[in-house]
Structures are given as C-alpha cells and as structure tokens.
Design a protein around this ligand. Structure first.
Ligand SMILES: [Zn+2]
Length: 168
C-alpha cells in the first residue's frame, strides 16, 4: 500500500505540469520528459475509441509506475492469465492514462494531467453512470494499492472507468 496524496495536493506530489504559451495553458514538455514512463499491459489491449489501435503500455507518472505494475500483474493473475476473461471484463479496452486536461467543470487540472489516473472500458463505465460494470477483482486490485475508484463517488460524479493514485 502506498501513501498517495489528496487530489488537492497532487501538484505538490507529482509536480506542476503547466506551461503558458502566449497566454494559453498547456502541458510542460520538460515535466513530461522528466516524469512520464510506460507501464506495460500484461494482456493484449486496444484503444476504447479505436479497436484497431493496439495499446501495449499505459503512460503514467514514474511515482505510480511500480504500484500500477503490481495492480496489472494481480489482475492478470486473478483472471487466470486468460485473455478471454480479460475481454469479458472489458479490461482490454483502454480509455486512457496520461492526458493533459482540466478537471470537469473546473479550472483545476484533471488527475490524468499528472499521470496518476487510468481509465478502462469507458463505454460500460461512463461518467455519471450510476451502475458501472467494472469487475470487482479489478476494483480490489487497485484498492489494495491504495488507489481511489471513481465508481465509489456520488451518483452524479460517478466515474466507473476511472482509477487514481490520489484520494478525494
Ligand atoms: Zn479518468
């Protein structure tokens, strides 16, 4: 179990990832070079928005890489290292890892902007869907590493596809 920051302190823990260019905020290329790493996915996976696009790894912050590796290894083991079982659970459908964007309905950065959040199977675990389809073994694997599941949030904000290494 790791000690993740509260999401209000994500900037202090993961580092400020913002650069102004002509008054417009965007990601900081130096921060990206210094902090982002690739965590290989043990099973075959594709982009949820394009099933022809193979995804071999999740791009995340180096501080969460070892933990995420343990999570994925546990999921792969709990599913019997069976690709078919992974696909029934929708875990081969990658919604995203690192992506720079503002938090929904606010000016703060999304946890995805710090590389400490990942999304799986967004079509069956949509934002605001009160009954996400996320497999309990997946949720357990993330929680064992102290990650927060968006499927636990209030129905209005429920985000079943989303796991983050930050508390709320
Ligand atoms: Zn997310």
């Amino acid at each position: 179990m790791s000690n993740w920051p509260h999401q209000n302190s994500a900037r202090d823990f993961y580092g400020a990832n913002m650069r102004l260019s002509k008054g417009v905020a965007g990601p900081d290329p130096k921060w990206e070079r210094d902090n982002l790493v690739l965590v290989p996915i043990p099973w075959r996976a594709v982009a949820s928005w394009d099933h022809g696009l193979k995804i071999k790894a999740l791009r995340v912050h180096s501080k969460v890489a070892e933990s995420l590796t343990r999570v994925l290894d546990r999921i792969w083991a709990d599913f019997g290292q069976n690709q078919k079982a992974i696909e029934i659970a929708g875990m081969h459908l990658i919604g995203g890892g690192y992506v720079w964007r503002a938090m929904r309905g606010g000016s703060r950065l999304s946890m995805h902007s710090y590389g400490c959040a990942v999304d799986f199977d967004p079509n069956r675990n949509g934002l605001g869907d009160p009954t996400p389809a996320m497999d309990v073994r997946v949720v357990a694997a993330f929680k064992a590493e102290g990650w927060t599941w968006g499927g636990d949030w209030s129905p209005r904000n429920r985000d079943g596809m989303h796991f983050q290494a930050a508390s709320v």
